[in-house]
Structures are given as structure tokens and as C-alpha cells.
Write a protein that binds this ligand. Structure first.
Ligand SMILES: Nc1ncnc2c1ncn2[C@@H]1O[C@H](COP(=O)(O)OP(=O)(O)OP(=O)(O)O)[C@@H](O)[C@H]1O
Ligand SMILES: [Mg+2]
Length: 475
């Protein structure tokens, strides 16, 4: 439910300054809302329109879906439901003592004396003001005055509490205390609306942010959405939240998981890359702080069963010739090899395979496939030693397609599968096209027959050891 709304609101001061220009907002009940904008952007003026202090030149203000009435009874009702804490506490505090100031609102609502006393004492306790209750408010510090002003508004028990720059002039602990109170009030169901230039506060505290500039509303939404538009925030003469700036610097340096928007320090810490340590043998000349290239890791040493290029920095050296290094892993995803039977060539299907698998290396095996490929205008990158070259290419991350036909389809599939088994390297292999299922089935059968030949858990074979030239054997 929308508790407070404005429709095409316009307001100009008597000297002609247009302070609010066509502002339409919808504030859901129970949310924490921030209006953010530079000095003079219209925040205070808008707030004074929201509680009926100013009457708009054009447009409407609605409370609980009803247009507000500017009659004296209408305004009294409005101010009971929508309380405002002014930017400057001196504008708000009028009574000779703190007690009388907090009692001012309930007295205007014609409550009984005992009831007023009960409410005021509750507020004095809640805001820690009992010891100051008989003091003249103008003898209080800025932070104390702010608490008296908020207590005075809360004494009316409004549904919506509007606070214009509630944390300005407060020390950090005083600001935190006020924020705790606002959060508690919000928990008890009150809608809290604040104005601030403090983008860090608006970003981490609000459920919803309204960005104002020159009397206009220029953006609204979740803090993450509003503050992710850096250019717009700059155009409104504001800065990005520090936590986002800091995160983007860490992201650029690969120190944090990318593409996120941490809201606070705990969220940022969650995104930091964890330090990865390893104990390795190093040469006698290796020094602390030096970089050591650990080459490519795979199998049990690599995460996710894929290749990783690993660099490391020596953190400390041990007497036994080992060192503790901080590891920097860069994932090298193996490429893929697809096998396609040219006997069942279909132009559309072929085009779809090339696009779907993002193929960038095409080899053809056997006369028939080569001729067929030529007829179809397929550009062949490799036409000899196709299997080995495809494996080599796939190992460096390329996406290979082997075009073959007849018995060579199964031969090719088996060669690649055997390589994958023997090496323990997880290359991704896909029979593709109409005959894919058939290729898969036949290769499996051949696989079962010759399974006893496959040496399990062998150390990774050097790929150059596979010296079979496809062309000579099968062409
Ligand atoms: N009494 C006034 N008479 C004429 N112009 C005024 C008056 N009060 C404010 N203005 C003008 O209205 C515009 C909006 O002012 P407003 O005080 O609403 O801005 P704000 O966003 O609250 O600024 P700040 O962050 O400094 O509190 C400004 O251009 C300001 O100069
Ligand atoms: Mg203001």
C-alpha cells in the first residue's frame, strides 16, 4: 500500500524560485526512504509540501490514497499522521523546557494531562533525556536538540516520520544512536523518510532512494540500481558510495569477485578472494617476495577438474628447500572437440552447430569429407593430422570441429575418448548432428571391447606421443 504519494507536484517560492518541478512519487508503507540531492535540489521544500506546511501551486499530495485537505482540521489530522523533524532543530524547538517541548504536540491533540505525562516520560526514557527534562532546549548541544526534536515528533505517534538531514552535525556515535532509533521505529512498522547528501548512508540504509536535482526527481529505485548509474550520480553533483568505489578498485585488480554491489563492509569482505597457499620446492636462489611460475596444474591439484595456469609469490622460505607461496590461479578451460558425420550433412544443422558450439577451428578427414566440405564452401583450417591438431587446439582453449565420414567417424571418436581417458585431462568431446547418438553408441561398443587396453590412472601422456597420422591410417 502507498502511504504517501504526490502527483505532478509543483512549488515556487514567492520570489519566483521554482523549488519543486513536476515531482510524482509513491512511497510504500513501512519502508526506509532516502531523498538524495545536492544543496538546493528541493528536498526540504518537498518535505514541507508532504506535511502540508506548503500548499502546492500545482499537483496533489495524497495520504493513504486520499488527497490531503488544507483546512485546519485536515492539517491537524495530517500532522498527527505525518511528523516532520526539521533540518535545523532551532526551527522546531519552541517551548521553554525540554519536557514542555515534547509535550507540545500531544497537548495540541487535546489529550488529558496524565496521558500527556505518560507519553512525555516514555519519550524522555526512550531518548535518554530524563536528566535534561527541565533544561531550556537552547542550552542543549546539537545532538541533544536533535533527539528532543525527534522525541517531540514521535510523541504524536505518527505513521510516517520525515527527517530532514537527521544526522547533520552529529558526532559518529550520536549519528549511530539516531540511526538505531530510526531502524527500531521502522521495525515497529513506521515509514521513515530522510533527506541526506550522504550517499554512503543512503546506499547502505535505505530500501528505496529518490535522486533529486534542480527541483526534479531524476531517478528512483533500490539503492543498488540508483547508485550503479555512476554518470547520473555525478550529474547530480554527488559522489558514488565509497564502498562501491573501493570494491571497483579491488575488482579491477582481481582481488574481489566481479560484477557485484556490496552494500556494507561485511558484504565486501565476502567478495574478497581468499588467499590460496601452497608448499612447493624452490631453488636455492629463490628469494622471499619473488614470483615463481608453477606451470599448469590439473587433476587433483586443480579446482573443478580443469586446467589452471598457476603463478605464485614466495611468502617464506624453509630450511628444507621448500617455500610457502601465495598462489594465483588462472583457469584455462579446455576447449572442445566436436565430430560431425559429413554423410548426413545438412546446411542448416551445420550452421547451427558452428554457432552453438562457437567453433573456431575446422578440420576435415578423408577424401569424401574434404570434397563434400569444398562443395559446400566450408573453409577448412586443417586437413592433415587432424585429430592431434584438434586435441592440441582444444587444449589451448579452441573450439574444434572435425568433419569426417564412414568408419572414420567412430575411429576419430574413439581416438579422442582414449586420449581423454589416458591423459586424465577433461577435454570436452561431443559427437554432433543427426548421427550423434549413433556415433556415441558405436564408440561406446568399441570402447567396451577394447576397455582392457586402456591403462587407468596413468600419468598424463604427452600428446605428441600419439604419433598416428589420421590421414595415412584412415584416409
Ligand atoms: N524561502 C525561500 N525563498 C526563496 N527561495 C527559497 C526559499 N527556500 C528555499 N529556496 C530555494 O528553493 C530551492 C530548493 O531549496 P531546498 O531548501 O528545498 O533545497 P534542499 O535540497 O533542502 O537543500 P539543502 O541540501 O541545502 O538543505 C533552492 O534553490 C533554494 O534557494
Ligand atoms: Mg534542505
Amino acid at each position: 500500500m502507498m502511504i504517501l504519494e504526490t502527483q505532478n507536484l509543483e512549488y515556487s517560492y514567492p520570489d519566483g524560485t521554482k523549488a519543486i518541478d513536476n515531482v510524482s512519487i509513491q512511497i510504500p508503507a513501512g519502508e526506509k526512504i532516502s531523498f538524495v540531492g545536492k544543496n538546493g535540489s528541493g528536498k526540504s521544500t518537498l518535505f514541507l509540501l508532504l506535511n502540508g506546511t506548503f500548499k502546492p501551486k500545482k499537483g496533489k499530495v495524497l495520504l493513504g490514497g486520499q488527497e490531503i485537505s488544507y483546512s485546519s482540521s485536515g492539517l491537524l489530522d495530517l500532522r498527527k499522521r505525518v511528523g516532520i523533524v526539521f533540518q535545523n532543530s532551532d526551527d522546531q524547538i519552541i517551548a521553554p523546557t525540554v519536557y514542555q517541548d515534547i509535550a507540545f504536540g500531544p497537548s495540541n491533540l487535546n489529550y488529558k494531562r496524565e496521558e500527556i505525562d505518560k507519553i512525555v516520560n516514555k519519550m524522555l526514557d526512550y531518548f535518554g533525556l530524563q536528566s535534561l527534562k527541565d533544561k531550556p532546549p537552547h542550552h542543549l548541544s546539537g545532538g541533544q536538540k536533535k533527539r528532543v526534536a525527534i522525541a517531540g515528533v514521535l510523541a504524536m505517534d505518527p505513521d510516517v516520520i520525515i527527517l530532514d538531514e537527521p544526522l547533520s552535525n552529529l558526532d559518529p556515535v550520536g549519528a549511530d544512536e539516531i540511526l538505531d532509533i530510526l531502524n527500531e521505529l521502522n521495525h515497529s512498522g513506521k515509514t521513515i523518510i530522510i533527506s541526506t547528501h550522504d550517499v554512503d548512508l543512503a546506499y547502505k540504509w535505505s530500501d528505496r532512494v529518490y535522486l533529486m536535482s534542480g527541483g526534479k526527481l531524476i531517478d528512483e529505485g533500490s539503492p543498488k540500481n540508483v547508485f550503479s548509474n555512476e554518470e547520473q550520480v555525478r550529474n547530480a553533483s554527488l559522489k558514488s558510495p565509497v564502498i562501491l568505489d573501493f570494491y571497483h578498485e579491488l575488482e579491477k585488480r582481481w582481488l574481489a569477485t566481479g560484477g557485484q554491489q556490496p552494500k556494507d563492509i561485511p558484504e565486501l569482505v565476502q567478495l574478497l578472494h581468499k588467499i590460496d597457499l601452497m608448499r612447493v620446492d624452490v631453488g636455492p636462489d629463490t628469494r622471499v617476495g619473488e614470483c615463481v611460475n608453477l606451470g599448469v596444474l590439473y587433476r587433483d591439484y586443480s579446482k573443478d577438474g580443469i586446467y589452471e595456469a598457476v603463478n605464485s609469490r614466495v611468502l617464506c622460505k624453509n630450511d628444507d628447500g621448500t617455500a610457502v607461496v601465495e598462489v594465483n590461479r588462472r583457469v584455462l578451460k579446455p576447449g572442445i572437440i566436436c565430430v560431425y558425420n559429413m554423410e548426413s550433412y545438412d546446411k542448416d544443422e551445420y550452421a547451427q552447430i558452428v554457432s552453438e558450439y562457437d567453433i573456431n577451428f575446422i578440420g576435415a578427414m578423408g577424401k569424401r569429407s574434404k570434397e563434400r566440405a569444398e562443395e559446400e564452401g566450408i573453409e577448412i583450417v586443417c586437413n592433415s593430422g587432424v585429430i592431434d591438431k584438434s586435441i592440441l587446439n582444444a587444449l589451448t582453449g579452441n573450439r574444434c570441429l572435425i568433419l569426417t565420414s564412414q568408419g572414420m567417424v567412430e575411429h576419430t571418436s574413439k581416438r579422442i575418448r582414449d586420449y581423454i581417458k589416458k591423459s586424465g585431462i577433461r577435454l570436452s568431446f561431443h559427437p554432433v548432428g543427426k548421427s550423434a547418438a549413433e556415433i556415441e553408441e558405436n564408440t561406446k561398443k568399441r570402447d567396451e571391447v577394447s576397455n582392457s587396453d586402456v591403462i587407468k590412472n596413468e600419468p598424463p601422456a604427452d600428446i605428441y606421443d600419439h604419433g598416428v597420422d589420421d590421414e595415412e591410417t584412415c584416409g
